[in-house]
Design a protein around this ligand. Structure first.
Ligand code: TYD
Ligand code: MG
Length: 481
């Protein structure tokens, strides 16, 4: 009989330690170590496939590694063409984000070509899946369904149906009876995934695993699977918004810089052909604290509205709240605004967000975010036809951003006519005029925003400049404090 010993394993990163601790020594997350029984003989032998003989590199046959399009354009864009035979793809995302919906739609589209597809639903009954498939128009004769959680049964199903593509929804609900740990534990998830990977390779099957990303409920984080699989996709979005973003976090068959955009509708997920227009659809012009920034998501320019709200705070340490923008970046910009441009938020609660449930992480949005904050503090709106891009340094200086031309072309396409850009930015495309500025203070001058009376900080010196509308801005001297 196999020897069994107890170990503690991190549900986030998979680090194993012999004794329980509050904090994982591997990833330094708190309360992620879970006791597991590890059987000494559990793994490896079952994974030993046929030996692969060495081949001269020039003679390696790549014909079989042609990606098969899923027919879902935005998914194929992120996959760099489609699913590769013999590969395993992990799609991670929070519960309810739409992973099952996306995969059912993709499988129906593949099955519509007459390809045999097996959908293993380890969480929902066949009836539930069928009802959803009916709604999505996904009833295809070569789309097979099994509601199964036991890995040996799943492998039998694969033997019987001989599918070309297999979905396992979700890997955390699958277990192998030979492994003593509970379903969802790291050993189970890792072992089951490893066996599915071996099956995919030996049968030239494309397998897609669904993985929930959550710490609650003791489910093993998909991070423990990332090195086992070929491709890791992250399906993101705010559950309260319709927009969903699909990105590749790891991709052995292509680039990881593509973005897929979907909208959750009554008839399932629909690709979003013009995301910038969608993001700006509800924008109100002439409101203070609102700025449009052209961001890059991989190769795609996207116009996103950033909003800030500043209110007088009753608290000794005022509130700082951000959604979709990095809170550390907001703090940094508040400090730069105070020290380099004379806008103090010391007694103010500050709220900042990216509209539409997107996350804007790139430094190119700094200037836009800083101007949204300044505009909110001063209660003065920015011009409605203006977009802003530039990275802000601690000295208040502005740095260039990558792909400036692509960003501004997207802005011009959507009717923006002016762009506030760092001094050395390349010439803008037709239809849009560049307003070049060297510092954050100059940018604020250029759009004619001034700290209003609510500001309590000492003002720093600012050079006299003319704003585009011709109003001369005042020169302020540093006050002694
Ligand atoms: P689901 O694919 O079950 O999410 P996951 O597998 O990631 O947990 O989808 C969850 C949500 O999507 C669910 O709350 C209902 C919604 N939904 C729609 O709005 N329209 C649809 O056509 C479908 C199938 C689901
Ligand atoms: Mg699901």
């Amino acid at each position: 009989m196999a020897k069994v010993r107890a170990v503690f394993r991190c549900t986030e990163c998979g680090t194993t330690v012999p004794k329980w601790a509050g904090r994982c020594p591997g990833c330094e997350e708190w309360n992620t170590l879970i006791e597991e029984l590890e059987s000494a003989s559990s793994s490896s032998s079952a994974l030993l496939g046929p030996r692969d003989r060495p081949t001269p590199i020039s003679e390696v046959d790549v014909a079989e590694w042609q990606a098969r399009p899923t027919g879902i354009g935005e998914l194929d864009r992120v996959l760099g063409g489609g699913l590769v035979p013999g590969s395993v793809t992990l799609i991670g995302g929070e519960p309810g984000i739409g992973k099952s919906t996306l995969l059912l739609q993709a499988m129906a589209s593949i099955a519509a070509e007459g390809v045999t597809v097996l959908y293993i639903s380890a969480e929902e009954s066949k009836q539930q899946v069928k009802l959803r498939a009916e709604r999505l128009g996904a009833l295809q004769p070569t789309l097979w369904l099994a509601s199964e959680t036991s890995l040996p049964h799943i492998l039998d199903d694969i033997d019987e149906i001989a599918p070309t593509v297999v979905i396992v929804d979700s890997i955390q609900s699958v277990h192998h009876p030979d492994i003593s740990s509970a379903p969802g534990s790291v050993s189970q998830v890792r072992e089951c995934a490893a066996r599915l990977v071996a099956t995919a390779k030996s049968r030239d099957l494309a397998i897609v695993l669904v993985g929930h990303v959550t710490k609650e409920g003791g489910l093993a984080g998909p991070r423990v699977l990332e090195h086992v699989v070929d491709t890791v996709l992250a399906f993101e979005g705010d559950r309260h918004h319709a927009l969903r973003l699909l990105r590749a976090a790891k991709h052995r068959f292509g680039a990881t810089d593509q973005l897929g955009l979907f909208e959750m509708t009554e008839d399932g997920l629909a690709g979003v052909p013009d995301p910038s227009r969608l993001f700006l659809a509800d924008r109100r012009k002439g409101v203070s604290g609102s700025v449009v920034v052209p961001t890059m998501e991989g190769h795609r320019p996207l116009l996103v509205e950033l909003q800030a709200l500043v209110t007088r705070s009753p608290l000794a340490s005022p509130r700082r709240s951000s959604q979709g923008v990095d809170s550390g970046r907001v703090s940094l910009l508040l400090a730069v605004l105070a020290e380099r441009a004379g806008f103090s938020f010391a007694e103010a609660d500050v709220y900042a967000l990216a509209v539409g449930g997107v996350k804007v992480a790139e430094p190119a949005a700094d200037l836009g975010l800083a101007l949204a904050l300044a505009s909110a503090l001063a209660s003065q709106p920015l011009p409605a036809d203006l977009v802003v891009c530039g990275e802000v340094g601690l000295g208040g200086e502005l740095r260039q951003v990558s792909h400036c031309d692509r960003r501004l072309a997207e802005a011009a396409r959507l009717g923006f006519t002016r762009a506030l850009v760092p001094r050395l930015a390349p010439d803008p495309p037709d239809g849009i005029v560049a307003i070049r500025v060297g510092t954050l203070a100059e940018a604020i001058e250029a759009i004619g925003i001034r700290p209003d009376t609510r500001s309590t900080a000492p003002s720093t010196a600012r050079s006299t400049a003319r704003s585009p509308n011709g109003a001369e801005s005042r020169r302020e001297s540093p006050s002694e404090d």
